[in-house]
Design a protein around this ligand. Structure first.
Ligand code: PNS
Length: 186
């Protein structure tokens, strides 16, 4: 009986519905953390960790950025995310080929979570957030500042350093470091 009740509650919550317990309403605060993750870096992990302080449920979603040429396939990026995010047991990781706001609606998410590093991120992030809001007014974009130690790191700069044999120790999870070594042969 309790199990059936719990599973009904769970179904309601994951469907984005509010549930009432002792006159109090509860709703899962769900965020999509979208990106290319080519590959995932420690900066991404930092944002996820901060995100869990605000959201009950975070779905990491690999989406397509038409402006980018990828080093890793979607399958490779997914595997690296799964390995690197083991310390977040409840996290969900998916790939979606389409509009981010459509995906957010499909997953009953109220928010899109994005990390903000330096001022240089602002224009692109601002433009994307406003476009997403125009496409769907019910999905809010929430920006979190990365920790200072990740302010200059990005997947692109890490790939560039790795490609010339630079030391990227401590910037990416160990599985990613290994995979970059294999890709570049150095
Ligand atoms: O890590 P990135 O490359 O900065 O992430 C950008 C990404 C993948 C989140 C963005 O390009 C995206 O949302 N792509 C899906 C298509 C979409 O909805 N674009 C935004 C509105 S036009």
């Amino acid at each position: 009986m309790i199990d059936a009740l719990n599973s009904d509650l769970e179904q309601d919550l994951f469907a984005g519905n509010a549930v009432t317990i002792r006159n109090a309403n509860f709703m899962l605060r769900t965020a999509i953390y979208p990106g290319s993750f080519d590959p995932v870096t420690n900066g991404h992990l930092d944002i996820i960790e901060r995100g869990f302080k605000l959201f009950d449920r975070i779905i990491v979603a690999i989406l397509h950025n038409p402006a980018k040429k990828y080093l890793f396939s979607v399958d490779e990026r997914m595997t690296l995310l799964r390995t690197s995010l083991k310390k977040f047991p409840d996290i969900e990781i998916e790939a979606f080929d389409g509009l981010l706001v459509d995906y957010a609606v499909q997953k009953n998410a109220q928010a899109i979570l994005r990390g903000m590093r330096a001022v240089s991120d602002f224009e692109y992030e601002f433009q994307m957030a406003l476009m997403n809001r125009r496409l769907n007014r019910n999905v809010q974009t929430v920006f979190l500042m990365t920790g200072l130690r990740w302010i200059f790191t990005s997947s692109s700069i890490i790939k560039e350093a790795a490609c010339f044999g630079g030391n990227i120790n401590g910037m990416v999870p160990s599985a990613v470091q290994q995979k970059l070594k294999e890709k570049f042969g150095r």
